[in-house]
Write a protein that binds this ligand. Structure first.
Ligand SMILES: C[S@@+](CC[C@H](N)C(=O)[O-])C[C@H]1O[C@@H](n2cnc3c(N)ncnc32)[C@H](O)[C@@H]1O
Length: 271
């Protein structure tokens, strides 16, 4: 991916964010590929659907949805570099006629035409104002359309030492979201009627799997670097990944799909 080789010292000093940008990681939704299948299934996405992908990052989820279903997907992300990268990825993969990207804070985003489906693949946790983001997701969904989110939550608490290690890498203390946090957030919107849900533990990788992944990632991201530089990069990735992987053992992924029932609909009691 990158031709000019940095010094070993530069590699050893790479911050977490620089490393992520450099690796250009796809960033799958929590729950991985099978959760993309859930989102498509739960939200009945098909060729004529218009889908809004919230916090679209490098666009992996939008491209998968477009590739599998033929739906038109618009991604919004607050980070202009992510928007550029998502657009470039869609062009490279021949999906630009189905996927387009806009730079916006989801809380302020309003499309001229509402969408059949508004979904996020794990980005809500990264948005500052969760309540405003979910209200905006609902406002951008057609009446009787679908709103879906998938997020990680803690099944049990990690040790304070592990939380501290993760926080020091990210540069922020990550709140200990529980399952109820995400359901309460969505269900605080009265127009959202529960439709389908899935909860699955996230499997922590074994030490061998993790080491192999870091070596493969370094190989993939570094192009024609020397073996020494590749090994230094693999070691740097592993330094960051070890606490994240440890933390994964405490997490589960929740996927929630809702119908957007307009307030003008007749009163419903047994939903
Ligand atoms: C870590 S990525 C998660 C991508 C996710 N796994 C997926 O499959 O779609 C989170 C993204 O949310 C974006 N983001 C954070 N706050 C946002 C906001 N207020 N509005 C739109 N995007 C936002 C970030 O820039 C980042 O690209």
């Amino acid at each position: 991916m990158v031709d000019s080789e940095p010094s070993i010292e530069q590699i050893q000093r790479l911050s977490y964010v620089d490393l992520l940008a450099f690796m250009g990681e796809s960033n799958l939704p929590p729950g991985g590929f099978s959760n993309i299948a859930n989102l498509i299934d739960f939200c009945h996405i098909h060729e004529s659907s218009r889908v809004l992908h919230v916090g679209s990052s490098a666009g992996f989820l939008s491209r998968e949805i477009a590739r599998i279903t033929g739906a038109h997907v618009v991604g919004v992300d607050i980070n202009p570099n992510m928007v550029k990268s998502a657009q470039a990825n869609a062009e490279r993969e021949g999906l630009a006629s189905l996927c387009s990207y806009a730079c916006s804070d989801i809380c302020a985003y309003r499309s001229d035409e509402p969408f059949d489906v508004v979904l996020t693949g794990g980005s809500l946790a990264f948005v500052r104002d969760h309540a405003s983001a979910i209200r905006s997701m609902v406002a951008n969904a057609k009446p009787y359309g679908f709103v879906a989110l998938c997020e990680l939550f803690y099944r049990e608490s990690p040790s304070p030492a592990l939380r501290e290690r993760v926080a020091s890498i990210i540069g922020n203390q990550v709140p200990e979201y529980r399952q109820d946090y995400w359901t309460d957030l969505a269900e605080s919107c009265k127009e959202l009627c529960p439709w389908k849900r899935d909860i699955r533990p996230v499997r922590k990788a074994t030490d061998d799997e993790l080491k192999a992944y870091c070596a493969q990632m370094a190989e993939w991201a570094s192009g024609n670097w020397s073996d020494e530089a590749k090994a230094a990069l693999a070691a740097r990735i592993l330094e960051y990944m070890e606490p994240f992987n440890e933390n994964m053992g405490y997490l589960s992924a929740i996927t929630l799909a809702y119908r957007h029932i307009p307030t003008s609909h007749e009163p419903l009691l047994y939903i």
